[in-house]
Design a protein around this ligand. Sequence first.
Ligand code: BGC
Length: 743
Amino acid sequence: MKIKFNQRLFLIIVISCFYVNYASAQHKEVDIQLTATKLTSIALDAKIDSIIKILTLEEKIAMTHAQSKFSTKGVARLGIPEIWMSDGPHGVREEISWDSWSHAEWTNDSITAFPALTALAATFNPELSANYGSSIGEEARYRKKDVLLGPGINIYRTPMNGRNFEYLGEDPYLAATMVVPYIKGVQKNGVAACVKHFALNNQEHWRDKINVELSDRALYEIYLPAFKAAVKEAKVWSIMGAYNKIRGQYACHNELLLNKILKTDWSFDGVVISDWSGAHTTEESAKYGLDIEMGTGTDGLGTSTANHYDNYYLAKPFLKAIKKGVLSEDLLDDKVRRILRLMYRTNLSFNRPLGKLNNKEHHEVALNVATEGIVLLKNEDDFFPIKDDKTITIAVIGENATRVMAPGGGSSELKPQFEISPLEGIKKRFKNAKIIHTMGYSSGPSVYDEVIPTKLDQDSLYVKAIKIAKKADVVLFIGGLNKNHLQDCEGDDREIFQLPYQQEKLINGMHEVNKNIGFLLLTGNAVEMSWLPKTKGVLQTWYLGSMAGEAIAQIISGDKNPSGKLPFSFPKKLKDNAAHFYGETSYPGVNMTQHYKEDILVGYRWFDTKKIAPQYAFGYGLSYTNFKLSDIKTDKNVYSLTDKITVHCTVTNNGNRQGAEVIQVYIGKLNSDVKRALKELKGFKKVFLKSYKKETAKIEINVSDLAFYNEKISDWAVEKGTYSIYVGNASDSISEIIKVTIK
Ligand code: BGC
């Protein structure tokens, strides 16, 4: 075929245009990535501004909303990458399909399941939190994730909240102290942590509509401190908005929470990501602090339509509003600036480590958190530890002895490479004793679990369990809750405070034939314990992930000495809990609004102040050895506002086993001008001691941290006068009270 001269000329022009474009795109890609190596933050901001200038409106819009269930678009022509996210917070979630919630069925995405965050909180050990964070960060990096959607740090307000197991307990100081090292650990891998759910997502029931009304004091003193620590101390790179409303406005685009508190007062320079379908209007998403909109339904609204992601509030509707001049392009540029900053910290960072998955070290971290998190609640007649003796028959009874837990619970579901069940762990450790096992009760069919022998009905399971309990020297009942809907699971709350599935009836029945019963309580929440007198020993064992069975076996055999402390109070009855005391207006709300009537008196603050005895108090946990706290003193009696209070306390291990005790320092203000809790946790230290050894620990507290949020001046203020310093090993076990004066 002959090509005419002018046709040839045309072709040459087209090809060279293409080449120039291609070459400049290549050049820009190199430019963006390489210059990141040496940039100071000022230079980085300038660099980011220069990138924003060359982005088209459409390209910028595309960066601010989902392109799939867990990713956002990049700009290929400039080498700007996509952002890939994954749930958190207990392990990296298995791959989800591009555009549906079904699992992608990959064969290379199984991970280490770390213990639930309640277990981490119960360790009272920030060092373990750092190891947890860096290990999960390494796994996220290996799985090529840029953002890990966790940790969750909502305050434990009611034991009914289906999602408490994903959080760090009821105390803001404990949650803040534990979350900081976790975030730093994750982020040193070049993976952004995304703390969630900001804020006041304290129940799952009606979570996507409920409006929370509360005082400024409760907001600033109870519900925000852990988030503030995440931003100010850990420098977290992203944060997830909550589903609920706060004072009438949705949390994912909330003027007070996001624009004022987070981005102005705390100078947060990272990215606000919506909870999945947590955005509700274009205007508010644009104006009130949201940077990336993610979604549950393919149109972001919980339903699915064609061209779904284009329908997101921050997609076409946002583009249209800017083009019409209804919304300013500056709003968009601020979001893109934050997104690019996140990229330079993660997927455009020049020195990201490569990550690791399922290695021995990660399993070790999971095991250490699990063993240190288990809390010994009761130990009559030294029921635990149990000897591995040829003469002993141990009946292991209860569905949770064999049930896999990691795959349930909602978005924190995991596909671990393995999960050692309690029964497996016990069988492996107890080689001499005779182990007999039966299920005892059944929670019914589970979407996650295929191990339930459904041939047996509840009655025959009961009869068999009683028979087996009768034959045994020791009964280990392994029950509690599970990760099914309406248990410890996202999406709704528990419906009853009691143990489900007729477990109490079973305990009573077993007690009639065998008085030697120990209970391993696998839950992420407090439960009613009227069955307590029927047991000799109780271990709160949470959800412990991959190494669950091994950790449990180490504790019940005495290879490890329990040292966990409760990160939340166990009420005797539900009404004893502050949120429930005030009835429906307080929980779950009336007409989709709830008032946090207990105000600042959350958890032990309520029990202490109202003089209600809990079943088990915040900070409580026994050991196989005996510790004594003595020589408790402060460095001075009178302090000024800029001082630090130093508390000295000697811990002695008076037993023949090594172990660890947590010294807890609470402070309360006498004769305050404002409402106060009797005392609040302000410091703690876990001390590890060989048998018959002692150590003097030092705990420092800034006087400025004794401030309350003064609603009259909308700022923190320290009251002068006399304070009581309570030092003990639980919120209801105080060894010494010292009075000091702040001048
Ligand atoms: C949860 C988030 C989670 C997201 C993505 C939401 O339903 O509330 O915690 O990160 O889904 O799975």
